[in-house]
Design a protein around this ligand. Structure first.
Ligand SMILES: *Cc1c(COP(=O)(O)O)cnc(C)c1O
Length: 819
């Protein structure tokens, strides 16, 4: 076998020839007149040739290794732009930069041509992308399974401060250069119809589903390139089309148009990503997407397993399936159906396989995010699956009866079917009952899963509920997005850290080194300038890099409390204008966030921040001390320029509501100091960096529960705290140039008469205090820079490489591919 080197072999002349060939033959462009966009496409295609070869090679090595693989099932993969990152993974960034320069082009200009594939909403989808990167970096056999949405998450713009949503056709008309079709892997998927019983030649009875509709799944592979190890694993995305030839009977009847109807309907299944984050929508088309994803992926895993010469009964020995939230739960009854009805296994044999194959990650405790599907809907769309769900539930109830005889209350709680006017299938219960491991995503969250969400399941299945704290890939979130800081780190501790992030701890020895502090601070300043230039060019707002850059970037959600941040800004505005003794270091508040299109209050908050920004940025009385920038269209490539420029990281969710957060990790790694509640992974970040290097404030989980139980009264806080009162009252003054008055009054109403469900008012005073400490500490630059160095140095734990090792050791039981 050919020996594999650490980094890709590279021949500049043949690479340049390949780029030119693609420019001319793939994209039909002349060398002399081609645009940057076409050059980017041609460079992407030339690089994809290398990765596709390595993908096929890795597939063979996986088959030969005869070990277990993990299949990561997710409805979302928020991968971000691939080209720049893939160059780093291939170890070819400098060489390609040179080669492209010889063609008279600048690599960074070409990279800007790529549109983010935004095939996810936020943290959950980004986590899936970081996990694929870390699986490949450590050469664990793995396949990511997702959907090939025609339109990714909507593009956001603002008109008069209001969010406007536009479709995101992320693939250029020419196609996306990194994706390759795998027609031999295409699948057929049934829907609707009925179920019948038949007797086989041995006299045994079986159930058979007769679907009324058939869809086709087209397989697209994106390469997940291992960091400088030449292994490439697939991210396999299914596109839905009507089977060809389409409805032949109708076609032959002369009903050409009628025959096309199914084609049109099938085209809808993977047309759009649902834009909800942490919210269940319950639409038929969404369940269809989920089933389509699972049916294609399960069929693909079984094909591969049998093709590799294994028996169906050994499936769980070779394949693990991780469910990223409950979105792909229907894969559980689907695998049962295939094993029972197609492979004719007994229930017990099928269940043994299923319950040793699946594991489930819980991402939230928010009731509105816990998926349920109406029994009637599942029965219509997937009649056989509903039967199987009933049987799983029946057997679960037998176990519950054995443990808690006669206890109907606990049966009602654990049942997969929720009784009520219309009966609902609870997907999380189905997951806990059918998987061998369930994990939360940060230590605190996993404790709450046990204590509040599934206490009886924890008793019934001891040890099943576990924790795996989330992580982020250091390749994208430090090496790629912050090249100067990366170079400084490598100069000090060598170049191995991107694959061994715990090594960063060694830079803490330089935290008091004046020379190092100066260089570290200078890099932060240049990153701030890079972002300020971007803002000046794109938003026409001038920023002073001497100001504190205070960043809150994440989906817009009440529980994430962008409106708490807004109230603090209003309090500063009030004090600057009304308190002559008040002094503050200049601050720039930077927001970026998309609101789900149907989430009215979230949109009102965006509007209010935009209106406050307009006023504050142009009010000469403030002497430039306060600026507010809401950057439109938050996405991975925007995070990559904001994060290296951040001084302060806002992680201010109501305690108990943010399962982990990963934005908090990215920002700390790039030397921003966190102002945060004791929630999600903030708790563990504090443990790592130490109390002196983080600004913790606010109610704890237990305080929140106690306050709610006592009967929380936001009016009392409003009346007693004059700064809070003044800040809230600014919401109904004519201080801002507001055309949509309802937006402002809705926020005020939500906080006062609406009962302030996320305790914004209760946390306000302590939040203001924490900000006052930040203001004071930033003025002591030596101390501040020391703290930022220690943040970068001490967050190595939050590498997604470590998360993946936790999954591998505690849940998946994989071995890395032999070299
Ligand atoms: C990391 C990331 C998120 C998650 O941010 P949180 O602060 O953890 O909610 C969301 N969107 C994008 C584009 C990200 O890169």
């Amino acid at each position: 076998m050919k020996k594999r080197g650490q980094t890709q072999q590279f021949d500049k002349a043949s690479f340049k020839a390949s780029v030119k060939k693609h420019l001319i033959t793939t994209y039909a462009q002349n060398i002399e007149t081609a645009s940057d966009k076409h050059w980017y496409l041609a460079v992407g295609k030339a690089l994809a040739e290398i990765s596709t070869g390595n993908l096929l090679e890795t597939e063979k090595r996986v088959a030969n290794a005869q070990t277990r693989s993990v299949n990561y099932f997710s409805l979302e993969f928020l991968i971000g732009r691939l080209t720049g990152n893939n160059l780093i993974s291939l170890g070819l960034y400098e060489q390609i930069s040179d080669a492209v320069a010889e063609l008279g082009l600048q690599l960074t200009d070409l990279l800007e041509q790529e549109r983010d594939p935004a095939l996810g909403n936020g943290g959950l989808g980004r986590l899936a992308a970081c996990f694929m990167d870390s699986l490949a970096a450590q050469e664990f056999p793995s396949v990511g399974y997702g959907l090939h949405y025609q339109y990714g998450l909507f593009q956001q713009s603002f008109i008069d401060g209001h969010q406007i949503e536009l479709p995101d056709a992320w693939r250029a008309a020419e196609g996306y250069p990194w994706e390759v079709q795998r027609p031999e892997l295409n699948k057929f998927v049934g829907l609707y119809g009925d179920v019948s019983t038949y007797t086989d030649e041995k006299g045994q009875q079986h159930r058979r589903w007769n679907p009324a509709v058939t869809l086709q799944g087209i397989a697209w592979d994106l390469p997940i390139i291992g960091y400088q190890n030449q292994s490439v694993f697939p991210l396999r995305l299914w596109e839905c089309r009507a089977p060809v030839p389409f409805n032949l009977a109708k076609f032959n009847d002369g009903d050409y148009v009628g025959a096309q109807q199914t084609q049109i309907a099938a085209g809808n299944v993977t047309k759009i990503l649902y834009p909800n984050d942490n919210h269940d929508q319950g639409k038929v088309l969404r369940l269809t997407q989920q089933y389509f994803h699972c049916a294609c992926s399960i069929a693909d895993i079984i094909c591969r397993h049998l093709k590799n010469g294994h028996e169906i009964k050994s499936l769980s020995k070779f394949e693990a399936i991780q469910l990223n939230d409950t979105h792909p739960t229907i894969a559980i009854p689907e695998l049962m159906r295939v094993l029972l009805d197609e492979h004719k296994l007994s229930w017990n044999d099928a269940w043994e396989i299923v319950s040793n194959t699946f594991a489930y990650t819980n991402h939230t405790l928010l009731p509105e995010a816990l998926e349920t599907w109406s029994e009637a809907l599942i029965g219509e769309l997937l009649p056989r699956h509903l039967e199987i769900i009933f049987e799983i539930n029946h057997r679960l109830m037998v176990q519950v009866e054995a443990k808690w005889p006669g206890n109907n209350e606990v049966k009602r709680k654990l049942s997969i079917i929720a009784e009520g006017k219309s009966r609902m299938v609870r997907m999380a219960n189905l997951c806990v009952a059918s998987t061998y491991a369930v994990n939360g995503v940060a230590a605190l969250h996993s404790e709450l899963v046990k204590r509040d969400l599934f206490p009886e399941f924890d008793e019934l299945f001891p040890g099943r509920l576990q924790n795996v704290t989330n992580g982020i890939t250091p390749r994208r979130w430090l090496k790629y997005c912050n090249p100067q800081l990366s170079a400084l780190i490598s100069e000090k501790i060598g170049t191995e850290w991107p694959a061994h992030l715990e090594q960063l701890e060694a830079i803490s020895q330089f935290a008091n080194d004046t020379k190092f502090q100066q260089r570290f601070a200078e890099i932060k300043k240049q990153n701030k300038q890079r972002f300020a230039d971007w803002v000046a060019e794109n938003l026409d707002i001038e920023l002073d890099t001497n100001a504190i850059f205070d960043v809150q970037i994440k989906r817009l959600h009440e529980y994430k409390r962008q409106h708490l941040n807004l109230l603090h800004i209003l309090s500063l505005y009030h004090r600057l204008l009304n308190d002559p003794t008040f002094d503050m270091h200049p601050r720039v508040f930077i927001f970026a966030a998309k609101a789900a299109p149907g989430y009215a209050l979230a949109k009102d908050i965006i509007y209010a921040i935009n209106k406050v920004a307009d006023k504050v940025n142009n009010d000469p009385r403030l002497e430039g001390k306060l600026k507010v920038v809401f950057v439109p269209d938050y996405r991975v490539s925007l995070a990559e320029i904001i994060i290296p420029a951040a001084d302060v990281s806002e992680q201010i969710s109501t305690a108990g509501k943010e399962a982990s957060g990963t934005g908090n990790m990215k920002l700390a790694l790039n030397g921003a100091l966190t102002i945060g509640t004791m929630d999600g992974a903030n708790v563990e970040i504090r443990e790592e960096v130490g109390d002196d290097n983080i600004f913790i404030f606010g109610l704890l989980v237990d305080d929140v529960e106690k306050l709610k139980a006592e009967g929380y009264n936001p009016h009392a806080y409003y009346e007693q705290d004059s700064l809070l009162k003044a800040s809230i009252d600014l919401l109904d003054n004519n201080e801002f140039d507001v055309t949509d008055c309802a937006a402002f009054s809705n926020i005020r109403h939500n906080l006062l008469e609406g009962g302030d469900p996320y305790l914004v008012l209760a946390d306000f005073a302590d939040y203001v205090n924490a900000h006052n400490r930040i203001d004071a500490e930033y003025r002591n630059q030596t101390q501040w820079v020391k703290k930022t160095i220690l943040n970068t140095a001490l967050v190595g734990k939050f590498s997604s490489d470590r998360s993946i090792r936790d999954y591998v050791n505690n849940i998946w039981k994989l071995t890395a591919l032999p070299k």
